[in-house]
Design a protein. Sequence first.
Length: 304
Amino acid sequence: MRKLSHLGEFRLIRLLAKRAPLAPGVIQGIGDDTAVLSLGKGPGEKFVLFTTDMIVEDVHFTRAMPASAIGRKALACNISDVAAMGGVPKFAVVSLGVPPFLEIRFVSELYQGINRLARRFGIGVVGGDTVKSQKIILSVALIGEVQREHLVTRAGARAGDVIFVTGPLGRSFETDKHLSFMPRIAESQFLVKHFGPSAMIDISDGLASDLGHIVESSHGGACLYEERIPKTPGATLKEALTDGEDFELLFTLSNEQGQRLLKLKNKKFRFYPIGEIVAQKEKITLMDSQGRKRNVTMKGFEHF
């Protein structure tokens, strides 16, 4: 009998997506950073964004890490997903699995981290669940909203589009960025209001894997410029491509809009052009400073 390790995480998701029932009002189901739901048309129509993320002890964090930072991360991952769709977060429910012998202080600090970040982004924490488990598990479900005209998915990139990221990549665990990153809501809102990204995703599994999701959904390919990929100090190119948990935004703009963004003298945000979308389907290449190309076969993190 085949095991999950033979199938892999993303093929498992595609398999489950084929079998999932839909309902009226589903604009985007399984297969993007969040689900997109319509509650009916009207003036100034907004879509509901609905997402969930789970973090598990010894996979996404260790018990030696600060409890407040762990709680913060649980919510921040979800906020980052909403940013990737061009939206803003609104309401969250938090479910917690913990061993019975865990100190009450640890749990209290987990929620302090959640609540502090929720207040910063104006999010209401409105419910959840608690259960007994052998390891600490935090699962957050988040509702956001997005103006219809501001919605961005993974599927809109076209040949000639410029590929950007919002910050340096690699060594997120070594630098504790995976605990302290700031979800890129402000950058996302700036982009959707002024530049209209054609596709967007947050980098949770690594640049190579998450760019792969964009080119697969957009039925194209990509060429990355090796020298332009921003790396966290001390990170190698491989780490920048595959480490994951950076939670920077990876997005594409038409060539015209990309050039306009590069010429903009905006000191509040920094955007890094790292490549372009090409017509060759689902193939990612890396071009060095001499113009030599090689296929990117490295992949980022998968759970199975």
